[in-house]
Design a protein around this ligand. Structure first.
Ligand code: ADP
Ligand code: MG
Length: 240
C-alpha cells in the first residue's frame, strides 16, 4: 500500500490548466521529488494534496483513505504536514512560540504544545535561537523554522516546498543532512525542489511537471537525462 496516492488530478484556474491528469504514488519511508519549471503547477499540486485548494476532479488517497477535498486542519490531524514556499512566521514572536503554534494544530494543551516545540526546535538545530524573535532570523534559520512548524504537527507525510531556495552551498549541505535525518526518523517526504544537487542526493523517485502536465518520471538520473526535461527547462532562467 502507498502512503500517498494522487489519482488523475485535474485543476484549472479559469482557462489556466494547473494540474492535468496528475498521478503519483509515494511509498512509506520514501523521499519523492517533484520538479519542473516555474509556474508548472508544483505548489498548486501541494495545495490540493494538503487541502488548501479543491481539485476539479481526481482523488487524493492518504493511508488508504480518500481525503480529497478535506480541509487543511483535518488533513493535519490525519498526518499531512507542510511547509510554504513563502514563509510567514509571527515576526514579533520567538522561535519557540512560532513552533508551539504549529503544535497547537495537534494539541489544545499549552504545556504539551511547548514541550513538542522544545523537542522540534532541537531536531532542526535551532536550539541556540529558541528565544530569538522570528523577524531577526537569517534566511536559513527561517527555513529551519518553517520545517519545525510543520514537524510540530507530528506528520507522517511531510511536504516541503522549495525549502532550499536562497541557501548557500554549505547551508544546502546541512539541509540535505537534516532532511535525511527526518526520513530516518520515519517521516515520508514529498519535496518540490529546484536545487538539483539536493534532488540527486535525496530523492529516490522524481515526477517532472511542466504546464500542469507530467513530462517525465523516474530516478533523478533518469529524468535529468530525459530530452523532454532538458527542453522544458530551456528558458527557465530562475535557477541553475
Ligand atoms: P510552481 O509552484 O510550479 O512554480 P504554481 O503552482 O505556484 O507553480 O502556479 C502554477 C500556475 O498557476 C502559475 O501560472 C500561477 O501564476 C497560477 N496560479 C497559482 N495560484 C493561483 C490562483 N490562486 N489563482 C490563479 N492562478 C494561480
Ligand atoms: Mg511553487
Amino acid at each position: 500500500m502507498y502512503l500517498l496516492e494522487v489519482k488523475d488530478l485535474n485543476k484549472k484556474f479559469g482557462g489556466l490548466v494547473v494540474s492535468k491528469d496528475i498521478n503519483l504514488q509515494v511509498q512509506e519511508g520514501q523521499i519523492y521529488g517533484i520538479i519542473g519549471p516555474n509556474g508548472a503547477g508544483k505548489s498548486t499540486l501541494f495545495n490540493q494534496i494538503s487541502g488548501y485548494i479543491k481539485p476539479d476532479s481526481g482523488n487524493v488517497i492518504f493511508n488508504g483513505k480518500d481525503i480529497t477535498g478535506l480541509p487543511p486542519h483535518k488533513l493535519c490531524l490525519e498526518g499531512i504536514g507542510r511547509t510554504f514556499q513563502i514563509v510567514k512566521p509571527f515576526g514579533n514572536k520567538t522561535v519557540l512560540y512560532n513552533v508551539a503554534v504549529g503544535a497547537f494544530a495537534r494539541t489544545n494543551n499549552r504545556k504539551e504544545a511547548f514541550e513538542i516545540a522544545e523537542q522540534v526546535v532541537k531536531q532542526v538545530g535551532l536550539e541556540s535561537k529558541r528565544d530569538f524573535l522570528a523577524k531577526n532570523l537569517t534566511i536559513v534559520d527561517r527555513k529551519r523554522l518553517e520545517i519545525a512548524k510543520a514537524l510540530a504537527t507530528k506528520p507522517k507525510l511531510l511536504l516541503l516546498d522549495e525549502v532550499l531556495a536562497g541557501l548557500t552551498p554549505s547551508e544546502v549541505d546541512e539541509a540535505i543532512l537534516l532532511i535525511k535525518e527526518l526520513r530516518d526518523s520515519g517521516i515520508t517526504i514529498l519535496m518540490i525542489e529546484h536545487v538539483m544537487r539536493a534532488v540527486m542526493a535525496l530523492c529516490e523517485y522524481v515526477l517532472v511537471i511542466s504546464y500542469g502536465t507530467e513530462i517525465s518520471r523516474g530516478t533523478p538520473e533518469e529524468v535529468t537525462q530525459d530530452p523532454n526535461v532538458i527542453t522544458a527547462y530551456l528558458g527557465d532562467d530562475d535557477d541553475a
